[in-house]
Design a binder for this molecule. Structure first.
Ligand code: SF4
Length: 130
């Protein structure tokens, strides 16, 4: 059985949602290196749509997700194209340092796109209009 991967951008509706970042000024996510489980008490305190305030991660839904295309997540490719226009020139070059991240070994985006995914990751915020 394939290992379960982690989606780095889920909503608070995910049963196993955990906080991996805080949405700061300008919509840029500041990473929280040690994931914090979104407990029932926290959900009650935060109210609906905690993904507006925090970046949440949870089990990748794969084919049950609208972003799943060709056996992979189509979202990170679109985000890279949108947010990282230089992707074709240095996509494979690892930045000098990557931000600490508590889900990297199992992160769907990291496993697909490596450091290029981490470069745009802080600027991806769950669509609050959904
Ligand atoms: S894309 Fe990189 S920084 Fe973002 S959650 Fe995945 S491993 Fe962490």
């Amino acid at each position: 059985m394939a290992k379960q991967r982690i989606c780095p951008s889920v909503t608070g509706e995910a049963a196993d949602a955990r906080i991996i970042g805080h949405v700061g000024a300008g919509g840029v996510v500041a990473a929280i290196p040690t994931p914090i489980p979104l407990t029932p008490a926290m959900r009650a305190s935060l109210g609906p749509r905690p993904e507006r305030m925090f970046r949440l991660a949870g089990t990748c839904s794969e084919e049950r997700c609208a972003n799943w295309q060709n056996a992979s997540c189509g979202l990170i490719g679109r985000m890279r194209h949108l947010l990282d226009p230089g992707e074709n020139t240095d996509a494979d070059a690892a930045p000098a340092t990557l931000a600490r991240c508590g889900i990297r070994p199992d992160c769907r985006w990291w496993l697909q796109d490596g450091p290029a995914a981490c470069r745009v990751c802080p600027r991806v915020v769950y669509n609050p209009s959904m």
